[in-house]
Design a binder for this molecule. Structure first.
Ligand code: PGA
Length: 258
């Protein structure tokens, strides 16, 4: 299994407990082992049972979709990184554009969420991406750089090795309008270039996922781009057929690279 190539599903606020467990059961039955790392980011309520379910499948991991910036205490409704880790989940999405949009004050706490995740052994999947207005003004590189700087530039060299980045242009999320593979690769290349001063040679290897309307038709072309390590997938991760096709698209790319 190639752990630096990743297909990650982000279920968002979809699936009851029974529906979610059915989806995992079906995906794992059809693909008991995958050649890439396969992650499913479920709602909190699924985490413990989902983790248990994938525990016999070495290439699968379970992720949460957010975590608190606080270690614990009187924060009604929040879920700490320690709680997430205690379920057996291993990854957590941080800074998804929907969280940034619905809770704009949360931007400042993103580095603390990253720290909480790392302190509890979780791998953060840190999301960056510009709005359409920024791309139209040709400010997309500046926006993404500022987001990276704010969320991650305080990390030590060791900590960089435990982070995944996801580039998700907001205008491509759930809209059916995908960035072209060339646009996506261009941004991923830019991110690697800007990370080189802070994480050295590792900048060329750090996993950077593309997200935004990835589907079984466009996945192979996106995953084959030289700077794209995989995908963070919303809509197409909710049906076993589609999600399995995405995993197979990545496996096809890996075979072509061999
Ligand atoms: P989408 O969502 O694949 O439905 O566009 C991607 C995401 O928000 O992570």
């Amino acid at each position: 299994m190639n752990a630096s190539r990743i297909v990650a599903g982000n279920w968002k606020m979809n699936k009851t407990l029974a529906e979610g467990l059915d989806l995992i059961r079906e995906v794992c039955a059809r693909k008991p082992a995958t050649e890439c790392l396969t992650i499913m980011a479920t709602p909190y309520i699924h985490l413990a049972q989902a983790s248990e379910m994938v525990s016999g499948h070495a290439s699968y991991r379970i992720a949460a979709q957010d975590c608190s910036a606080h270690a614990g205490g009187a924060y009604t409704g929040e879920i700490s990184a320690a709680m997430i880790a205690s379920t057996g989940a291993t990854h957590v999405i941080i800074g998804h554009s929907e969280c940034r949009q619905y809770n704009p004050t949360s931007k400042a706490v993103l580095p603390r969420k990253i720290d909480q995740a790392l302190a509890h052994g979780l791998t953060p999947i840190f999301c960056v991406g510009e709005m359409l207005s920024a791309r139209d003004k040709n400010r997309h590189f500046a926006v993404v750089y500022a987001q990276l700087k704010q969320g991650l530039f305080h990390l030590s060299e060791d900590q960089w090795q435990k982070v995944i980045i996801a580039y998700e242009p907001v205008w491509a999320i759930g809209t059916g309008r995908t960035a072209t593979a060339e646009q996506a690769d261009e941004m991923h290349r830019y991110i690697r270039k800007r990370l080189a001063p802070v994480c050295g040679d590792y900048a060329s290897r750090i996993p950077i996922l593309y997200g935004g309307s990835v589907n079984p038709k466009n996945a192979s072309h996106l995953f084959a781009q030289p700077n794209i390590s995989g995908g963070l997938i919303g809509g197409a991760s909710l049906k076993a057929d589609d999600f399995v096709s995405l995993i197979e698209a990545m496996e096809g790319v890996l075979r072509n690279e061999r």
